[in-house]
Design a protein around this ligand. Structure first.
Ligand code: AMP
Length: 215
C-alpha cells in the first residue's frame, strides 16, 4: 500500500497514519516529525528548517524532497508507506512522481481528509503530545487522566510551538495557497479519495479502511 494522506494541519492525518501502520505493516513517513526531530537534535537540517517552521511557513521544496527521496529508499518501505504531510506543494508532488517512477513504483491512493477551518483551529490549539512516547491528546476532546502527563508512560505533555493560534492561522493560509491545489492535482490523476474528517476518529478510520480495501 503506497498512500498519501492529504489535508490541512489538524485534519487527523497523523492519527489515521498511525492506525494504518499497524493495519498494513508499513511505515508512516511524516516530514513534520522528521523535521521536528532534526530541530530538537540541532542538526544542520534542523537549524535550516527551524525558522520556516516557527513562522508557520513551508521548509524549502528541495530540502523536503531530498529527505523523502532518501527515506523511500529504506528497506522498511518495500511493502509500501504512508506519506503524512508530504507532498505539500505541486513541485513536491511532481518530484515524488518522478522519484517513484525511477524506483518502478506507483501510488495506490491519495486520501484527502476534509475538516472545517474553525474546527481545525480548535483541534490544533488544544493539541498536546507526550514528549516521551509521542501519544497525542486534546485538552477538551481527549484529555489525559492526570493533567500534563501521559496515561501510557507518564511522560510530560507539551504543546507544539507552531500550535499557537497566530501560527495556526498562518499555517492554514499556507495550506490554502500551496497545498490545497494538490486536491485537484490528484483528482485529475484519478486517484483521489475524499473523506469527511469531521467525523469521530473511529468513524474516519472505518471509512478510510473501507475506501482503501475497495481500491
Ligand atoms: P506538520 O507536522 O506536518 O504539521 O509539519 C510541521 C511543519 O513542518 C510545517 O508547518 C512546515 O513548516 C514543515 N513541513 C512539514 N512537512 C513539510 C513539507 N512537505 N514541505 C515543507 N515544509 C514541511
Amino acid at each position: 500500500m503506497k498512500l498519501i494522506l492529504l489535508g490541512p494541519p489538524g485534519a487527523g492525518k497523523g492519527t489515521q497514519a498511525k492506525m494504518l501502520t499497524d493495519e498494513f505493516a508499513i511505515p508512516q513517513i511524516s516530514t513534520g516529525d522528521i523535521l521536528r526531530a532534526a530541530v530538537n537534535d540541532g542538526t544542520p537540517l534542523g537549524v535550516k528548517a527551524k525558522s520556516f517552521m516557527d513562522a508557520g511557513g513551508l521548509v524549502p521544496d528541495e530540502v523536503v524532497i531530498g529527505i523523502v527521496a532518501e527515506r523511500l529508499q529504506q528497506d522498511d518501505c518495500g511493502n509500501g508507506f504512508i506519506l503524512d504531510g508530504f507532498p505539500r506543494t505541486v513541485a513536491q508532488a511532481d518530484a515524488l512522481q518522478a522519484n517513484l517512477q525511477q524506483m518502478g513504483k506507483d501510488l495506490d491512493s491519495v486520501v484527502a481528509l476534509q475538516v472545517d477551518s474553525e474546527a481545525l483551529v480548535e483541534r490544533l490549539t488544544g493539541r498536546r503530545t507526550c514528549k516521551a512516547c509521542g501519544r497525542g491528546y486534546h485538552v477538551s476532546f481527549d484529555p489525559s487522566t492526570k493533567a500534563g502527563l501521559c496515561d501510557d508512560c507518564g511522560g510530560e505533555l507539551f504543546q507544539r510551538d507552531d500550535d499557537r493560534e497566530e501560527t495556526i492561522r498562518k499555517r492554514l493560509d499556507v495550506y490554502d495557497e500551496q497545498t490545497a491545489p494538490l486536491i485537484s492535482y490528484y483528482r485529475d490523476g484519478g486517484m483521489l479519495v475524499e473523506l469527511d474528517g469531521m467525523l469521530p476518529i473511529a468513524d474516519v478510520q472505518e471509512t478510510l479502511l473501507t475506501a482503501l480495501r475497495a481500491n
